[in-house]
Ligand binder design. Structure first.
Ligand code: ASP
Ligand code: MG
Length: 402
């Protein structure tokens, strides 16, 4: 069997954990399997490198940021290979240039285009464990480009797809995917099986277990994922297309605090204004989330929407620059908001799910600012200070702990 195993930063945070991962990989290797390991940077390395960059230049060129950040993964893969050699197992570390993992041009947010498999297959034939840097790719300028925070998951899935791996295991510091963040909702439950679409909605709504693009890619190429702990031998959560249905209306609750609401006040109440605003933002690659437009009055209306807090500064700048063309009288914003979402394929066939969510919030005296939905997700924008309370209330309201 060919197995791709991905380990996150906390799983390789120190010497002891590196050897722990090495041991787990070697166990499967000794059973005769081919093993490809994908690693993130050790512990908080990526954050620390970003801090360091900021201390030198808060507006550092994105190309140079990627040059810096990719060093983190290079450290962990080389140390892992050394650990395996120390245990008398042939291993080799490879970076994105050596494998050749090709991506789109965009620094800091590149997407895989193609992965060459020759080098990896060659090393596997020599019975080596192949250890590959997560998070990085090579773009058309022959530069490093990173895949966005948490992108190593996507490296693992992309490799599993390209190599036609039999298994793709994502190891982390929790036992699997939970019905809610167990640090906030104490009685949250581990989910045994979850559909790609549900996982995708959860990951996009703030659940941090998996990079959302890794789920997108897993669905596209039919790569079955297992999310499990690197520290225990618990079963973990399987992410796949069809799951055995649990008798639950919803599958999980997620929150995203890294969100900001922006309002463009007093824009002209005529065709084309919404198009112009959102087209301008789209051209600058700003992802807009919940959108709410007020009813027109006296020829004007207000348009509110949410963006990631990371994009707030740039969004405000753009709106300011184009204020006249977009007929905006005034721009207001609020960063003290968060999105709380419920996700579940169960809502496709069950009415009243939204009402039940709103009831839970009402019972806890939490005000809803905005609402958005997809087929299998309902999201509310609320005051950030109410986030934890809302998650607990909703989780209890739907009886997710039972
Ligand atoms: N080291 C990168 C990050 O922290 C990639 C990853 O961990 O997946 O975002
Ligand atoms: Mg991660």
């Amino acid at each position: 069997m060919l197995i791709v195993k991905k380990f996150g930063g906390s799983s390789v945070a120190n010497r002891e954990r590196i050897f722990n991962v090495a041991r787990r990989c070697i166990e499967d290797y000794k059973k005769g399997n081919d093993i490809v390991v994908v690693l993130s940077a050790m512990g908080d390395t990526t954050d620390e490198l970003l801090e360091l960059a900021r201390s030198i230049n808060p507006n550092a060129p994105k190309r140079e940021l990627d040059m810096l950040l990719t060093t983190g993964e290079q450290v962990s893969v080389s140390l892992m290979a050394m650990a395996m050699h120390e245990m008398d197992i042939p291993a080799i570390s490879l970076n994105a240039f050596q494998v050749r993992m090709h991506s789109t041009a965009r620094y800091g947010n590149a997407r895989f285009k193609r992965i060459d498999t020759d080098r990896i297959f060659h090393e596997l034939e020599e019975r080596k464990i192949v250890i590959v840097t997560g998070f990085q790719a090579v773009n058309k300028y022959d530069d490093y480009a990173t895949l966005g925070r948490g992108g190593s998951d996507t490296t693992a899935v992309a490799l599993a797809a390209a190599l036609h791996a039999d298994k793709c295991e994502i190891y982390t510091d929790v036992d699997g995917v939970y019905t809610a963040d167990p640090r906030i909702v104490k009685n949250a439950r581990k989910i045994d099986e979850i559909m790609y679409d549900e996982m995708l909605e959860l990951a996009t709504s703030g659940a941090k277990v998996l990079h959302n693009r890794s789920v997108e890619m897993a669905k596209k190429y039919g790569v079955e994922l297992v999310v499990r702990s690197s520290l225990t031998s618990e079963e973990g959560t399987v992410v796949k297309e069809v799951v055995k249905m649990e008798k639950m209306l919803i599958t999980g609750v997620a929150a995203d605090r890294n969100t900001a609401r922006i309002s463009a006040m007093g824009v002209a109440d005529k065709p084309g204004i919404a198009f112009k605003i959102f087209n301008t933002l789209a051209k600058r690659n700003i992802n807009v989330d919940i959108i709410l437009q007020s009813v027109g009055r006296d020829g004007t209306k207000d348009i509110s929407f949410t963006v990631s807090e990371d994009d707030l500064k740039e969004t405000l700048q753009i709106l300011e620059e184009k204020k006249e063309a977009l007929t905006i009288k005034e721009v207001t914003y609020n960063t003290n908001v968060s999105k709380v979402s419920i996700v579940g394929a169960g809502m496709l066939s069950n009415p009243g799910v939204a009402a039940k969510m709103f009831e839970s919030l009402f019972n806890s005296n939490i005000n809803i600012n905005m609402i958005s939905t997809s087929e299998i997700r309902i999201t509310v924008l609320i005051d950030e200070k109410d986030t934890d309370k809302a998650m607990v209330a909703i989780h209890d309201g739907f009886g997710l702990n039972d």
